[in-house]
Design a binder for this molecule. Sequence first.
Ligand SMILES: Cc1ncc(C[n+]2csc(CCOP(=O)(O)OP(=O)(O)O)c2C)c(N)n1
Length: 710
Amino acid sequence: MGTRNAIDIQRIKESADYVRYLALECIERAESGHPGLPLGCADLGVLLYRYILKVNPDVPLWPNRDRFILSAGHGSMLLYPLLYLVGYNITLADMANFRQLGSKTAGHPEYERKLGIETTTGPLGQGFANAVGIAIEGKMMAQRFNEAGFNLFDYTVYTLMGDGCNMEGISYEAASLAGHLGLDNLIAIYDSNHISIDGRTDITFTDDVAKRYEALGWHVEFAASSDIETTFRKLLELKDTKGKPRLLIFNTVIGDGLDKKRDTNDIHGSPAEIPEIAFFIQNSSAIRELFEKKYGKGAVTDKQALEEILAKRITNQKTEPLLAFAESDEFMRQMRRETQAIYREWEERLAQYKEAFPEKYNELSRYLRFELSASLHDKLVNYSYQKSNATRFISGEVLNLCAVEIPQIVGGSADLADSTKGLVKGSPYIKRGDFSGRRIAFGIREHAMAAIGNGLALNKSMIPFSSTFFTFFDYMKPAVRLASLMRLNHLFIFSHDSIYVGEDGPTHQPIEHLNSLRLLPNLYTFRPANDIETAFSYLYFLKHMNGPVALITTRQKIDEKIMGIVPAGVSREEFYNMFEKGGYVFYETAGKGEPGIVLCGSGSEVSLARETAALIEARNNIKVRVVSIPCLELLNETECSYREQLFNQFNKPVVFIEAASHRGIHLFCDRHVVMIDIHSFGKSAPGKQVAESFGFTAEAVYERIEKQLA
Ligand SMILES: Cc1ncc(C[n+]2csc(CCOP(=O)(O)OP(=O)(O)O)c2C)c(N)n1
């Protein structure tokens, strides 16, 4: 940037104090929030947004913008004032509404790229791992699209993390992969203030963080909030250090600017309270002047008078706007002029690129605006596998069918690619210095895998997938939850989906996982019964692109008889529309009239239902319907009349079969609804024997429902 070598310390300090003022007053108004971090890191924040970050608030989605990720999301009142000051669409009124219903300024930052909020943070460590994912995306985009003289992608990802982020295991996993890959477009800043909620960190955290990161392959530097000049220099140096991700260990004082609460855990997570705010104002020349301008000379000299003014401001907050600070606005918005020039250069470069590399330009446009092609839609709608196989194999095949046509599909597994079949065939792994590949070896780091995948999904240019055994979803859950919260287009592929895993035993047999996923808002869980349902699950994900999908596949083979079943008299397109309702009639025994019993379930249990139906058909003179439910959430959302029709108005017995726990729901099963499921952990034995021991055979299911048939 133009002013890279000269910074205006005086103005930085004034703006930092203004950030402190906004944080203090907004948190006081909301009666909740975390002032400690904003106060400690205000100078750093101003430095970053004024001099370092290359962002354009007028074009917030500029693909080559630098990213700032506040991993320590509790410090959101650092981020909002900075975004406001540089001109994002956040106003003083929005900040006055901090933490209120429907406001832009939620308690923790919530993913809204147009406002400059790059990801949702709050659960500590997630933002840091997202930053690693965004850095990987940056490297991938650079390698795919940069040409000599045309650096379209060279952005840097900055993340601010705290003690909490560093204590969380996910930061180790993500830092380890970042170090391994040599992500030199990533700069983490560690707000080292030696305080967390319960007290000083010497009661919990005495790692040598510098050595830890060095050991992980990072370049580490130190700076302190008391020395803005050195911090600035270090940040510039770090940006130019190549070959490794960088960590700046940044010594700060929590609650800086306050009196008694400064450097204590009292200021971590509750309002500072009026006497402390008054102390701050009296000791900040910039903020003192703001108050004097509004309330008259001398208004702030007397502490008691100042406290009364503050108390009135808080009480009458509906009519008392936050104080504006024109000089700070002016100072911070100079950044905008400078980065806009950089942005315009980029735009020009892009226009020239379009001329010089029209095909690549078109491909880039497809990356930035994904649309499912009609041809792939057709292929997925008409897909068949025909042979007996496990749905994980079929998933692998369908994934690659999609990957051939959609270069944005990238991903991998946590060291289980050959088992989950979550791999893009024919592509190399990404590695240090070469990000041309589409395969990511996440290593045995499930939690970071999910959060890094989220990072890859944030900008919507890549379509990431991550995969592992379903039982290890537990190791990923916090990040899967955030993918759901942000509606990220991240495909989670979980194989080895039930007790049928067999010999590996209860640790490897998912029981409660299926329903845990189904409880996540915005996420759709597909457990396909066969080849067509597997392809349709991919189609659903790629067609809607409106949030994460979890695809649950079997380890064991599915019988050939179950493959390729299309309801009679229905075209594939019509069938797909039925599939989108979440469930459909898979099979019906011969006979006229309404069925006397409905058997339903998902995945491999559709096969079991089909077998049981054959027994009922042979032994009882009752018509049986088998309903496949590949996505229970969709079926639950579909119109009631469709469900009633499917389940025969619930007038006759409905038997729900799933090799999973549905603990608690049994309470609501009336005499017509039989639940055949699993109430305990699994067992170690060959899969078929385990299934037998849990009553997952056609004979045992038949016995359970026999009395219903009487
Ligand atoms: C995964 C997770 N666990 C717990 C919390 C609750 N929490 C929020 S901030 C915090 C302490 C963080 O300490 P530090 O990173 O040092 O932040 P500082 O006190 O310096 O602001 C905790 C435990 C959380 N947000 N996320």
